[in-house]
Design a protein around this ligand. Structure first.
Ligand code: NAD
Length: 264
């Protein structure tokens, strides 16, 4: 018996086989979960459908999460195909490329609103639609990043969105914990080369720093996020909610290190 045998998982955010959501999906599957996928739009179809076939999913439906009517339609299909379910993975974010370089102060209103809408509000929207369909003691998981806790050069508006996302996790944890004992947690991943990450200016340098200065001196991969998601989705984490679980080789715990021992 797998840790997730008998559980059903709805996963948002697979764009291709590099996506963190794909790493999560295949790990949930390996531990026995039945999967349903939703992807952003028709341009992704030719990449996502083969992945869905490979994973043997129950359904794979398009849904632009900025479109309330599309969300409504999607959850109608989820209700039909899944009925009640146990796990929701939100691995969705977007910011216009020009907002991910240079000075944060230059962020345009449109770029700010788009980023917050797609990277934060979509979690609230899917949680609200999912609540009536999720079982007692089920689990919602989203993806965040250290740039929401501390300044990371060029991460800019996405850092501000991740702060808001972390806070949203805590507010949703209170709402959904009280109503149905649904848990809401975030995984804070170290840098991984994906479509979304390639939009951040200087991403290659961010990636190399973690290999040099994180306690474990190595980068993480999408299966590391998958392992953390299996834990958060399983009954092993039955009393864990409102948390941000760092999967970053320990990078976030270090303040200042490497100055040597000599008093000068
Ligand atoms: P990705 O590009 O593979 O995934 C981002 C997903 O968001 C894509 O599937 C995209 O289609 C989806 N999306 C964007 N707009 C959407 C919309 N309107 N409706 C529905 N879906 C939409 O990149 P990723 O790195 O796997 O990103 C997944 C999550 O992980 C994001 O929240 C990202 O911020 C977070 N994260 C990534 C890293 C990293 O280094 N890659 C680190 C920490 C956190």
């Amino acid at each position: 018996m797998g840790l997730l045998t008998g559980k059903k998982a709805l996963i948002f955010g697979i764009a291709n086989d590099k996506s963190i959501a794909y790493g999560i999906a295949r790990n949930l599957k390996q531990h026995g979960a039945e999967l349903g996928l939703s992807y952003a739009g028709s341009v992704l179809e030719k990449r996502v459908k083969p992945i869905a076939d490979d994973l043997g999913v129950k359904f794979c439906e398009e849904c632009d999460l900025t479109d309330d009517a599309a969300i409504e339609t999607l959850f109608g299909k989820v209700k039909k195909d899944f009925g009640q379910f146990d796990i929701l993975v939100h691995s969705v974010a977007f910011a216009p490329k020009e907002a991910l370089a240079g000075r944060y102060i230059e962020t345009a209103r449109d770029a700010f609103l788009t980023t917050m809408n797609i990277s934060v509000y979509t979690l609230i929207a899917v949680a609200k639609h999912a609540e009536p369909l999720m079982k007692e003691n089920s689990s919602i998981i989203t993806m965040t990043y250290y740039g929401g806790e501390k300044v990371v050069q060029n991460y800019n508006v996405m850092g501000v969105a991740k702060s808001a996302l972390d806070s949203t996790v805590r507010y949703l944890a209170v709402d959904l914990g009280a109503s149905k004992s649904i848990r809401v947690n975030a995984i804070s991943a170290g840098p991984v080369k994906t479509l979304a990450a390639s939009g951040v200016s200087g991403f290659r340098s961010i990636l190399s720093v973690i290999g040099e200065s994180a306690p474990l001196r190595r980068p993480i991969d999408i299966d590391d996020c998958g392992g953390a998601a299996v834990y958060l989705a399983s009954d092993l984490a039955k009393n864990v909610t409102g948390e941000v679980l760092h999967v970053d080789s320990g990078f976030n715990i270090v303040g200042l290190f490497g100055v040597g021992n000599k008093a000068e």
